[in-house]
Design a protein. Sequence first.
Length: 273
Amino acid sequence: MHESALRPAISQAEFAQFQRFIYEAAGITMSDAKKALVSGRLAKRLTHCGVRSYGEYFRILSSGTDAAEVQQAVDLLTTNETYFFREAKHFTLLRERALAAPRGAAFRVWSAACSSGEECYSIAMVLADCLGAAPWEVVGSDICTRVLDKARAAHYPMERARHIPQDLLRKYCLKGQGPQEGTLLVDKALRQRVHFGEVNLNTALPQLGQFDMVFLRNVMIYFNGDTKRAVVDRIGATLKPQGCMVIGHSESLNDSGAAVRALAPSIYVRAAA
């Protein structure tokens, strides 16, 4: 029997509870088309918790007694898709900005929805290549603890390396041998310059410092207008004067407040105070 036939059915009322749950937890607006996704991703948690319906599972989440299960549900309901050097023109811009930055202060970049880390290590490869021993730092954050563990490990299937420029692949990645064949590990010296932490963009941000550049790509599509404006305001405040924010090519920050102004499609700079 097909696995989906063994799942309990999720009612529209139960699905609406999870729509509210993920909006309140992460600011994500989940369309009705995601009903099957919610059912599929949470089905095993019902078994784990020993309950027979999505409504019973929701009551566990809303009881306030199991923060770890709430985090599990958030992890499962947030989509995490990324790869090395996604949207190449942003990395060209990163190189240009890093080379033009005044020497002395560390050049700092934040990957604000870093998923499993490929974006962070792509940024780090560019900075190591063009700044060398000069001070620089990459901060990666995500709401999903599961993908942050993968990011810290920095160990990926080799097929994910297809967009890494060959010279950077040779300099900054180790090819798996023996039992690790078919995988790559990001070089330790590079890993030490990248720091990861759990951050919910829909709440007050922790003290992260100021950044020369923030990657906020393929995140805003999940937020409604009010949430988008609030997120842009929070993140815009972390940019240094003339600091730059990049978003996904399919996204727009039109009518998203006055924290940033458009410089080019998908590229914004901090607005003057």
